[in-house]
Write a protein that binds this ligand. Structure first.
Ligand SMILES: NC(=O)c1ccc[n+]([C@@H]2O[C@H](COP(=O)([O-])OP(=O)(O)OC[C@H]3O[C@@H](n4cnc5c(N)ncnc54)[C@H](OP(=O)(O)O)[C@@H]3O)[C@@H](O)[C@H]2O)c1
Length: 338
């Protein structure tokens, strides 16, 4: 796993279950907020599944397309694109109606000092989108940050637990969930709330951040001593198949890997592969931001890429100086300030 082509080939290869799902799914798929870290690979995965299924179906990617070249890249892959600022209500209302919507737009970093914008983006806009797409099935990207920290021996917060987000980012994401939930009640819209914890790509994510710290000789803070993660290809597949899990009232789903991963363990394993001893500061806390994904695994099966495989790939990518996206997760944050 050394080049972007290798990464794309693995990340965008649909499973037999996803191909079958595309045969059964009625209508086109729209990805709102396609221009971020996950959207492009999700769009490519969907296109590949449609091609393998031999069905006629559009994938429509909507974003402002602030990253140069992405619009053309997606179009070359067969994805239809619409440049749109979703906060421009006239532009939102002018978007075509589609039966299947995956809602990925949101904001996290820069919340501190600009809280009002985070709330308009993460809580107000979802209400507008829920009304616009009241006749669609909607998968709503959310986050494990809606949960409080739980004891690391607990196995992670499950969907039946009451949310209690720490800080305004997590609170605004709960606002997003509540808006979709409300309009699901009001209009009977089928909604799946997809609470994700840390997608792992080779170009960004918690494991890459640990590997970079080790390579650059920076000590790793153990205060947030545990986390969950899932290969982004698996997270993308679950997002698409979650269209079938959309219900009214809304269905909540934690999406992450099966392990409560120890930061110390992951760093030591990466260190071995990189040939560098990691250094640490602080001590593991008794609690961490953790989710229990048992419901997701029952519905969709265990992820296809294991933690060990991700550690191998991340180490190889780091050793070979693979390209990175400079968007840190700030997974070590314990005050909820992003
Ligand atoms: N990646 C993870 O590990 C992770 C974990 C938990 C939750 N999530 C959530 O899952 C979702 C997708 O993840 P991601 O990592 O791909 O997020 P991301 O990198 O923040 O991507 C979201 C994209 O939405 C688009 N967007 C933002 N404002 C918009 C607007 N006003 N109009 C149209 N498009 C807009 C942006 O692309 P343009 O600049 O092109 O408009 C942005 O890049 C996000 O909501 C994120 O909070 C992700």
């Amino acid at each position: 796993m050394r080049t972007l082509e290798d990464l794309d080939a693995v990340m965008s290869k649909p499973s037999a279950a996803l191909v079958q799902f595309m045969r059964e799914l009625e209508g086109d798929i729209m990805l709102l907020g396609v221009g971020g870290k996950m959207g492009p690979s999700l769009a490519r995965l969907a296109m590949n599944a449609i091609r393998e299924a031999g069905v006629v179906k559009k994938v429509i990617g909507v974003s402002r397309f602030s990253e140069a070249g992405l619009k053309d890249e997606l179009q070359a892959y067969g994805v239809e694109t619409i440049a749109c600022d979703l906060l421009d209500d006239a532009a939102l209302q002018a978007l075509p109606d589609v039966p299947n919507v995956i809602y990925m737009a949101g904001t996290k970093f820069g919340t501190t000092g600009k809280e009002h914008f985070t709330w308009v983006m993460n809580a107000y806009l979802p209400g507008r989108v829920a009304e616009k797409y009241k006749n669609s099935r909607i998968v709503v990207f959310s986050t494990g940050n809606v949960y409080p920290f739980t004891p690391v021996t607990y196995g992670g917060a499950h969907e039946g637990m009451s949310p209690a987000p720490i800080g305004e980012y997590g609170q605004s994401c709960l606002g997003r969930e509540r808006m979709f939930e409300h309009y699901s009640h009001k209009n009977g819209t089928k909604v799946a709330i997809y609470r994700l914890n840390y997608a792992i790509d080779l170009r960004y994510g918690v494991l890459l951040e640990l590997a970079k710290s080790i390579k650059e000789g920076r000590a790793i803070n153990l205060a947030m001593g545990h986390f969950n993660c899932i290969w982004q290809g698996d997270a993308n597949e679950i997002a698409i198949r979650s269209l079938a899990a959309a219900q009214s009232p809304a269905n909540f789903l934690n999406v992450t890997g099966p392990e409560t991963v120890s930061v110390r363990y992951a760093a030591e394993q990466l260190g071995k592969r990189l040939g560098i001893e990691p250094t640490f500061v602080g001590q593991e806390s008794e609690t961490a931001l953790l989710s229990n994904a048992a419901k997701c695994m029952q519905e969709f099966g265990y992820p296809s890429v294991s933690l060990g495989q991700m550690l191998d790939w991340i180490a190889e990518w780091t050793l070979n100086g693979g390209s990175t996206i400079n968007k840190p997760t700030h997974f070590q944050e314990r005050e909820g300030k992003f």
